[in-house]
Design a protein around this ligand. Structure first.
Ligand code: IVH
Length: 704
């Protein structure tokens, strides 16, 4: 029994391991949730997590509230506890003038308050997005999250700590170790920001709720608010929430003004401490730059993954903020500048039924045209029969229409007739009596085939398949779309003509179209006919993922098509793969595997593939990657300069084949910059950010 250390506590090793696991899991969670750049595969994270769980099971007294295992759990509450905010949560003055004049008016007011002369320099502002979620105050004591509260009336809020803890983007403990800031975390720090739901998360949640026949949410904001105020944390946990920090509440012992000179410095420090801060914040000077920010954000808002309802301007200097002070409950130094709304009221003129590519029947409301979310909308989806019934929408009703991002416009609900004196919008007239309820047709309105609804399914479907011209049209448009094989100029009007005239019945017919057939169509100029022929010719050279996606196999979207192509390498291998083999592909579960198998078990589908190939559609087949290891999984690369032997595309393909990602710009999320000769600003940026730099030889070594 040599080397027995009589003085070491028996659990010292476990204790150290537990601390190490805390730190490592916190770091991975930050990389994953906040930076969106995982550094380890999910399986490795799970392994560390389980190891920590096992250690905690052996030493229950070592479990602390900031342990990564403590995000979940907690019992349902009867009600939330009320609490008083240490520093009131103010609201912001809203500039409802959605034109540029709104920004100019704010700058003019600030200059006047500060008694600036026309000859004085421009005031510096921070321009931010106005997130459409709900405000939350996160209280940290000695770096540990101790309480999360809603805004309430600004003075009193509700304690929603249990639910907020489940949000992966919110640190349970502030990271100091690796933080790129010299500023120590104050003993008391309240971080304020917005809890919101991303649009894709919202769509997926509603899709799930619809499939289960459950309650759907009107918009991401309501879904987020519902989740935060959900008494059962188990349910709250299943609602995918996100967070952006935009300010602070109580800060002690030193005040914010003592710690920072500007609001921007504060935001950058919050980011360094591990809080998500929106990429889109900008420091701008004067009214013109505020206007430019407002306009740019308005134009690009559809491309953001979440809803915003405007932008916020804040005076950057904290000293000036203090000088400007408050009016009642609003600071003079900030303003919210709105955008035109993404929801509008209009009247339902009719409810029609549309047949989609997979035969799904969708009730569509024909609307009195209304300008919403940047375009004029005259049709909006009602999803399915059950949604129509639940929303109780009938012809003649006034409804709320929502169009946000590139999501299809939808009817979110009916406006109940309100007493005239309570209405701040023109009150809809009561319904005329005897408006019949909407019914699904028993036969397909397009082809007359039977309409069925499978048990437990919310959707009605036409069983006509490709016999149904609506499904044929959609199948062709799907194949020809930009993200599939791309036949430029083949739009819905032309497809409609071609299918209705019975010129094309199947996908291969498309490639048998001659110039004469096309030019013979009504309203078709010779030049346009030639353009289509050329576009068809061009589309023959494609890639396997595009082709697979274009076939329109149920549940096979672009991402799955890419995975299938990468895994199997060639179309024949995909067509012949048994379900067990399909299940080996990333992101392919039993439902998708079944759908792929069913599709290729139909002889006519195999026939379509053969005929398309016979028509000259081709792509380069690769080697099956199914067994190849993925040494670069989870890593992001940026290429710059000229590499000695590898071409740009070559290097990119090889990195991607090894599971890595290639990005065009360097950020903190970049794992490696691969630099060749004449590398420029990207290399400098990498050096500034401390991103690791590789040469070609080092890259090839990693690829081995
Ligand atoms: S600052 C003193 N910044 O807008 C200023 N608020 O009435 C306090 N909001 O419900 C708020 N995005 O949750 C600020 N970038 C942003 C914001 C923002 C959204 C919300 C906030 C509150 C309302 C302000």
């Amino acid at each position: 029994m040599a080397n027995l250390d009589l003085f070491a506590a028996p659990d010292a090793g476990d204790r150290a391991r537990l601390d190490a696991l805390h730190a490592e899991l916190h770091r991975h969670a930050h990389q994953y949730y906040v930076l969106d750049a995982p550094t380890v595969p999910d399986a490795e994270y799970d392994r560390l997590f389980r190891e920590l769980q096992a250690l905690e099971a052996a030493h229950p007294d070592w479990i602390t509230p900031d342990s990564p295992t403590q995000r979940v759990g907690g019992k349902p509450l009867d009600q939330f506890a009320g609490l008083r905010h240490a520093v009131p949560m103010l609201s912001i003055r809203t500039e409802t003038d959605t034109e540029s004049s709104g920004a100019q008016a704010f700058d003019a007011r600030i200059r006047k308050e500060l008694e600036l002369l026309e000859t004085d320099t421009a005031v510096e502002y921070v321009a931010e997005l106005k997130f459409d979620g709900l405000a939350i105050n996160l209280r940290y004591e000695n770096g540990v999250l101790v309480q999360a509260a809603t805004r309430g009336d600004g003075e009193y809020g509700e304690d929603v700590t249990q639910n907020i803890r489940t949000i992966g983007q919110i640190p349970l403990r502030i990271q100091t170790g690796a933080a790129a800031t010299a500023i120590a975390v104050p003993a008391v720090l309240e971080v304020r920001g917005e809890v919101y739901m991303r649009r894709d998360d919202f769509e997926a949640l509603n899709e799930k709720q619809r499939a289960l026949g459950g309650k759907t949410f009107v918009n991401p904001r309501n879904a987020a608010a519902g989740a935060v105020r959900q008494l059962d944390p188990g349910i709250a946990m299943q609602r995918p929430l996100s967070f952006y920090a935009y300010g602070v509440g109580e800060v002690a012992p030193l005040s914010v003004g003592r710690l920072f000179a500007t609001h921007m410095e504060l935001l950058q420090t919050l980011k360094a401490w591990g809080f998500p801060v929106a990429e889109e914040v900008r420091v701008v000077r004067g009214a013109d730059e505020l206007v430019a920010f407002h306009q740019h954000t308005g134009r690009t808002r559809d491309q953001l993954p979440f809803d915003i309802d405007g932008v916020v301007y804040k005076v950057n200097s904290l000293t000036l903020q203090q000088r400007l002070g408050f009016v009642t409950r609003e600071p003079r130094w900030a303003v919210a500048h709105k955008f035109p709304a993404q929801e509008q009221l209009t009247r339902v003129l009719a409810i029609d039924v549309q047949v989609g590519r997979t035969g799904k029947l969708t009730p569509v409301a024909r609307l009195d045209p209304v300008f919403v979310g940047g375009t004029t909308v005259s049709n909006a989806t009602l999803h399915n029969l059950f949604e129509v019934r639940k929303k109780d929408v009938r012809v003649g009703d006034v409804v709320i229409v929502r169009r946000a991002g590139d999501v299809i416009p939808e009817v979110v609900g009916r406006v109940a007739p309100v007493p005239a004196e309570a209405a701040d919008v023109p009150a809809p007239a009561p319904r005329t009596p005897y408006i019949p309820n909407f019914h699904m047709p028993r036969a397909c309105p397009i082809c007359g085939s039977t309409v069925v609804r499978e048990k437990g399914e919310a959707n009605h479907r036409c069983v006509g398949g490709l016999f149904c011209s609506a499904q044929r049209k959609q199948a062709i448009l799907h194949f020809a779309q930009r993200r599939a094989v791309e036949v430029e100029g083949l739009g819905d009007k032309l497809v409609e003509q071609l299918v209705d005239a019975d010129i094309i019945r199947t996908l291969p017919d498309l490639y048998r179209l001659g110039l004469t057939a096309l030019a013979g169509l009504e309203r078709m100029a010779d030049k346009s006919a030639q353009n289509i022929v050329d576009a068809l010719e061009k589309s023959k050279q494609t890639t396997l993922p595009r082709f697979l996606f274009g076939l329109g196999i149920r549940h096979v979207g672009e991402a799955t098509a890419k995975e299938l192509a990468r895994h199997f390498g060639g179309i024949d291998a995909v067509m012949d793969a048994p379900e067990e083999a399909l299940l080996q592909v990333n992101d392919v579960g039993p439902i998708v595997a079944r759908a792929i198998r069913t599709f290729f078990d139909q002889p006519h589908n195999r026939e379509v593939v053969e005929q398309l190939r016979a028509c000259g559609i081709h792509w380069e087949e690769g080697a099956a990657a199914s067994d190849a290891p993925k040494p670069l999984a989870g890593m992001t690369f940026v290429l710059t300069g000229t590499l000695p032997t590898l071409g740009r595309d070559d290097a990119k393909d090889r990195i991607e084949a090894a599971g890595g990602k290639v990005s065009g710009s360097v950020s903190k999320k970049t794992s490696f910059v691969v630099a060749g000769t004449e590398a420029g600003s990207k290399l400098t940026k990498a050096q500034e950010l401390g991103v690791a730099i590789l040469d070609e030889a080092a890259l090839l070594e990693m690829l081995k």
